[in-house]
Design a protein around this ligand. Structure first.
Ligand SMILES: NC(=O)c1ccc[n+]([C@@H]2O[C@H](COP(=O)([O-])OP(=O)(O)OC[C@H]3O[C@@H](n4cnc5c(N)ncnc54)[C@H](OP(=O)(O)O)[C@@H]3O)[C@@H](O)[C@H]2O)c1
Length: 349
């Protein structure tokens, strides 16, 4: 029998309303929006109305919603400097919780979250939905075809959009989380890169602030080394003038290459070329990746659902330890840039 889980929302802002709520509503056999808490209560009341949550379940504090016995899990969409406090309290009440990415505002908080997570049986998911991007598995299946992995180039770049609704959120204008937009969106891209090629050992980066509205550096150009010895580049930033919203990931092997094109406005494609030399006619395959927008959301929540109903947090993919690594790469990139591009080792949890 399918179990319906009661969802409690903490933070009822843009992403809660526009992305997470519709996702739950598209699967009523699994989820029932049940309770909400927001710092500004009027916004939680508006949200409750849209979500079909009874007004008596609009709570007055985080402590109150965590203690609500009718709530099976919490979906927390707050600025991430609040994540450590939320996880500490959720574990005390054994209440499963999804917290937003990046895992925390800095490495010290992130490390504590990993420690708390690994010393409890409460499922804790970091909402890095790009870890569930279908392209990751499609690429991994084909990696053996291209032989020894030598190098890679990952690029996610785009224009600055001054009308973006996210831009005007006060906590983004003055970010308390390291790297501002570089960690906010950068961890999603690093989820794909490391999801395919494994963990990064070290990075040399230069970062720069282009837009005042970003509050801090907003473009990042870097070279990296994976723990498996591949070398490559990672470029990230959406602070430029008119330019394509470009997304590409090319992996070079001794016996071929794999190219993922996830640029906006066209089908996401994967191209595999197998052949050892330029003179060879490569054995070639191109497939289209069908993906939700933003990538991975339904699979992310399905993964969380399964871990709760099976009472098994080991099923989770977007674990705190995994998300820690993505923030640690941004942390190392920022330190490297401060040291004029010195190669910096990525910290362990
Ligand atoms: N996974 C993704 O791709 C993705 C995409 C977008 C956003 N997000 C994440 O979702 C979260 C919310 O982002 P959003 O775009 O929805 O922003 P938002 O609309 O500004 O929502 C932020 C929410 O947090 C509350 N809040 C702000 N500061 C707080 C504080 N100090 N204590 C308690 N509550 C506080 C706000 O309450 P008030 O109403 O009182 O201001 C608001 O409800 C962020 O962590 C963000 O990184 C993730």
């Amino acid at each position: 029998m399918t179990k319906q889980l009661n969802v409690g929302f903490v933070g009822t802002g843009i992403f809660a309303k526009e992305v997470h709520l519709p996702n739950y509503q598209s699967k009523p056999e699994h989820y029932k929006p049940t309770a909400a808490f927001n710092r500004t209560k009027a916004k939680a009341e508006q949200f409750a109305e849209i979500a079909g949550i009874d007004n008596s379940k609009v709570h007055n504090s985080l402590d109150e919603i965590i203690a609500d016995p009718d709530v099976d899990f919490l979906d927390v969409l707050l600025p991430v400097e609040n994540n450590l406090d939320v996880v500490t309290k959720a574990i005390k009440h054994n209440k499963p919780v999804v917290i937003e990415k990046p895992i925390a505002a800095n490495i010290e908080q992130a490390r504590k979250i990993v420690q708390l997570d690994e010393s409890s049986s409460t499922p804790i998911l970091i909402a890095e939905q790009w870890l569930y991007f279908k392209a990751i598995e499609e690429i991994k299946q084909r990696l053996p075809k291209i032989g020894q992995i030598l190098s890679f180039t990952y690029r996610s770049t785009g224009p600055f959009r001054k009308s973006s609704q996210y831009l005007n959120t006060s906590w983004r204008l003055k970010p308390n989380h390291i790297g501002g937009y570089l960690s906010d969106g950068g961890v999603h891209q690093l989820a794909v890169l490391t999801g395919v090629l494994g963990e990064i050992e070290s990075i040399s980066a230069l970062t720069k602030q282009v837009r005042e509205e970003s509050g801090t550096d907003d473009i990042l150009f870097s070279t990296l080394k994976t723990k498996d010895g591949a070398i490559g580049t990672f470029t990230y930033g959406s602070a430029f003038g008119s330019t394509e919203k470009h997304g590409s990931f090319i992996i070079f092997g001794l016996n071929g290459s794999i190219t993922l094109d996830f640029s906006a406005g066209k089908p996401k494609t994967l191209n595999v070329k197998v052949g050892s030399f330029g003179e060879d006619v490569p054995d070639e395959e191109t497939i289209e990746i069908k993906e939700s927008s933003p990538p991975g959301i339904p699979d992310e929540f399905e993964n969380f659902y399964q871990s709760i109903v099976n009472n098994d947090k080991s099923l989770l993919l977007a674990k705190p330890r995994v998300a820690f690594h993505h923030l640690a790469i941004i942390d190392a990139a920022l330190k490297s840039s401060k040291a004029n591009g010195d190669h910096i080792k990525v910290e362990e949890p």
